[in-house]
Design a protein around this ligand. Structure first.
Ligand SMILES: Cc1cc2nc3c(=O)[nH]c(=O)nc-3n(C[C@H](O)[C@H](O)[C@H](O)COP(=O)(O)O)c2cc1C
Length: 195
């Protein structure tokens, strides 16, 4: 990697190698960090559902903790660790809502039970009992009987539009290889970092 490398293209290639032959909870899993108004960070795993020159896309409930923080703070960070490939990738940038038509298309391709689950889950809010969740699932399943399950208005995708991407390769003697790409105009500036 050097100053001629496009980090998004490089990421897509590494991601495609990392997901070969492993479950999506390994190849697509990424830690997503957001923070509250007063600066308290929070982090959780989501699944990467797309990456192209526009950014890194995942789907979630916009009323969840991550959803409200990503909407209000307008920024987020991602950290991938593909242990089986000995690679870490860190991304930070602005958050953008995925256009509704794109989210509709993604939602339509999900298994029906997951679509109903998206309606049933008031993600991140307090739940009185597991039974209460299952009841909501059954209610929504009944509500959509014989119909297409529409995407809930509070469920959609975020895109993290990167302003920095760091790609880390494990090397012997802890002399790891770190490539930092930072946005510069329409392109990227490449720098090496001490491990
Ligand atoms: C492997 C894995 C994949 C996950 N993928 C997603 C996802 O794509 N979207 C999502 O909203 N939550 C996903 N979750 C659940 C989140 O980690 C988290 O528990 C949930 O979204 C609530 O987070 P919040 O309260 O911080 O908003 C995943 C969890 C794991 C372990």
């Amino acid at each position: 990697m050097d100053s001629t490398t496009d980090p998004i293209r490089a990421f897509i290639e590494l991601w495609s190698e990392a997901r070969a032959g492993v479950p999506d909870s390994v190849g697509d899993a990424v830690a997503l960090a957001t923070s509250s108004d007063d600066g308290m960070p929070s982090v959780r795993i989501v699944l990467l559902r797309g990456c192209d020159e526009r950014g890194f896309t995942f789907y979630t409930n916009f009323e969840s903790r991550k959803g409200t923080e990503a909407l209000a703070g307008k920024r987020a960070a991602l950290c991938f660790h593909w242990a089986h490939r000995k690679i870490q990738v860190r991304v930070s940038g602005a958050t953008q809502r995925v256009p509704d038509a794109e989210a509709d298309l993604y939602f339509a391709g999900r298994p029906r039970e997951s679509q109903i689950g998206a309606w049933a889950s008031r993600q991140s809010r307090t739940l009185s009992s597991r039974i209460a969740l299952l009841r909501r699932f059954v209610e929504f399943r009944r509500r959509f009987e014989g119909q297409t399950v529409q995407r809930p208005p509070h469920w959609s995708g975020f895109r993290v539009v990167p302003n920095s991407i760091e790609i880390w390769f494990d090397r012997p003697h802890r002399l790891h290889d770190r490539h930092l790409f930072t946005r510069e105009g329409d392109g990227w500036r490449h720098t090496l970092l001490f491990p």
